[in-house]
Design a protein around this ligand. Structure first.
Ligand SMILES: NC(=O)c1ccc[n+]([C@@H]2O[C@H](COP(=O)([O-])OP(=O)(O)OC[C@H]3O[C@@H](n4cnc5c(N)ncnc54)[C@H](O)[C@@H]3O)[C@@H](O)[C@H]2O)c1
Ligand SMILES: [Zn+2]
Ligand SMILES: [Zn+2]
Length: 458
């Protein structure tokens, strides 16, 4: 029996790499054979801010839950009913699991598919209350309704060259883009993006892609603000100002923006001196204040129906003190919920493949190995509070780059130092790949990833 390993949630603050079952083509919601599914060997995945809500103990996630909803992988087995994918194809998997056969899927609302989670509309891999589908921070995973859910990369070699960017197509990039689109961002608009985490940074980069005139990112972590500045955003340190409108006026000359996006969610902190503690309605109330009448608010930031760590009895059941009268008076439109990734991922893949955006650079993606995931969770959390590591990406498959000894002896570009694999990266040699000169470029790209200053600092 083939083996498998994955990252399991154990208790608040603790995740562990465990031996887990090799995936089967079975639907966990009804135990029926899933001939519409595929088994993927995972190439890369991410630790998401949404995973951190669970690992901080802010949800009812059960011990032993195998985490990971952001999956990029290679098909190693396809069920009898899969028509468009075969062994060897590589693909991105939207984090929303969708059947492609229900009313909501027909309407493109794949984040609230009606058939993949008996408890409520919407499902995801490795997530609390999301249907019991096994997560993909692992070596192998099962993906159902493969013809509908998978996005095939057109060319394997081209995809491997941009794998760090393409890995962001399963969630963060479409989610940030969805925040921007649902806020109505168009050429020439002014936008406030609350939150400079991976979703906020992906949203800000998407606003630029959509032609916004001014993109303002608010956060209280200086490194995250610096990251936003690095690709042309204006920034507001919300710790330094209780009045968001005044800070906006300093930048735009008026105290309002055309539209705003909440990329923070229910663990939001207050502004000014209140930044030291949680005030979960702060972002929603402040973006209503600063958005022009008639504007729209994109709300990809997560709000939950149960929060054991909520600041009061109301917050524990998702009741927040939202000043809806203000939003109503200004005729604001609100768009909430999971991003329907499938609506955007093909277009965003093309934008990556044709160099219209450097999304991995914008969100400061950092590569680690699967074995380092527990450390990755801790660093992302701790560092998130001090000096951001925006996002992690596992590379299980450095094997395609040739042998380790060949690798370390290659002189790289003079501006780079000789590359050495960090000690925690295990090199698996794949018999399929002999070292060939055409892989050199690919290798150099990956080398840069491992050799990024961010890695060196951590
Ligand atoms: N809708 C979806 O489909 C979807 C998908 C992925 C993630 N999410 C959610 O998006 C949110 C952001 O994800 P992330 O990975 O970037 O998380 P993150 O925790 O890395 O980033 C959140 C950022 O918000 C900042 N912040 C806190 N209070 C603030 C305030 N009042 N004003 C401005 N900034 C403030 C924090 O300092 C932090 O940098 C999370 O709630 C996540 O669960 C939603
Ligand atoms: Zn995610
Ligand atoms: Zn459906």
């Amino acid at each position: 029996m083939a083996s498998n390993r994955g990252v399991a949630y154990i208790k608040p603050g603790v995740v562990e790499i465990q031996s887990i079952d090799f995936p089967k083509l079975v639907n966990p919601t009804n135990n029926k054979k899933a001939e519409h599914g595929v088994i993927l060997k995972i190439i890369s995945t991410n630790i998401c801010g949404s995973d951190q809500h669970m690992v901080r103990g802010r949800t009812t996630a059960p011990a032993g839950l195998v985490l990971g909803h952001e999956i990029t992988g290679e098909v190693i087995e396809a069920g009898r009913d899969v028509e468009f994918f075969k062994k060897g194809d590589i693909a991105s998997v939207p984090f929303n699991i969708a059947c492609g056969r229900c009313r909501n899927c027909f309407e493109g609302k794949t984040g609230v598919c009606l058939t993949v989670n008996p408890a409520r509309p919407g499902a995801a891999y490795g997530y609390v209350d999301m249907g019991g589908w096994v997560g993909g921070q692992a070596e192998y995973v099962m993906v159902p309704y493969a013809d509908f859910n998978l996005l095939k990369f057109p060319d394997k070699d081209q995809a491997m060259e941009k794998i760090k960017d393409l890995t962001l197509l399963s969630d963060i990039f479409p989610t940030g883009y969805h925040g921007a689109v649902s806020a109505g961002v168009k050429p020439g608009m002014t936008v406030y993006v609350a939150g400079g985490g991976p979703v906020g940074l992906a949203c800000a980069a998407s606003c630029h892609l959509l032609g916004a005139a001014v993109v303002i990112v608010g956060d209280m972590i200086p490194e995250r603000l610096k990251q936003a500045k690095s690709f042309g955003c204006e920034t507001i340190d919300v710790k330094k100002t209780a009045k968001l409108g005044e800070a906006v006026e300093d930048i735009l000359g008026v105290p309002e923006v055309d539209c705003a996006v909440d990329c923070v969610g229910f663990e939001a902190r207050g502004h000014g001196k209140d930044a030291s503690h949680e005030a979960p309605a702060t972002v929603l109330n402040s973006i209503m204040e600063i958005t022009r009448a008639g504007g729209a608010l994109g709300i990809p930031g997560l709000y939950v129906t149960g929060d054991p760590g909520g600041i009061d009895a109301n917050a524990k059941v998702g009741n927040l003190g939202i000043r809806i009268g203000l939003g109503w008076a200004k005729s604001h439109a609100f768009v909430t919920g999971q991003c329907p990734v499938k609506r955007y991922n093909r277009d965003l893949m093309m934008a990556i493949l044709h160099d219209k955006i450097q999304i991995a650079k914008a969100v400061n993606a950092t590569v680690i190995s699967l074995d380092d995931a527990p450390k990755g969770y801790k660093d992302q959390c701790n560092v998130g509070a001090r000096h951001c590591l925006a996002l992690f990406l596992f590379a299980n498959e450095v094997s395609v780059m040739g042998t380790a000894s060949a690798a370390v002896s290659i002189p790289l570009d003079p501006s780079m130092q000789l590359f050495e694999f960090p000690p925690h990266v295990s090199i698996k040699l794949s018999p399929k790949f002999q070292w060939q000169s055409e892989y050199t470029n690919q290798f150099l790209n990956i080398a840069q990833i491992f050799h990024s200053p961010r890695m060196a600092n951590t």
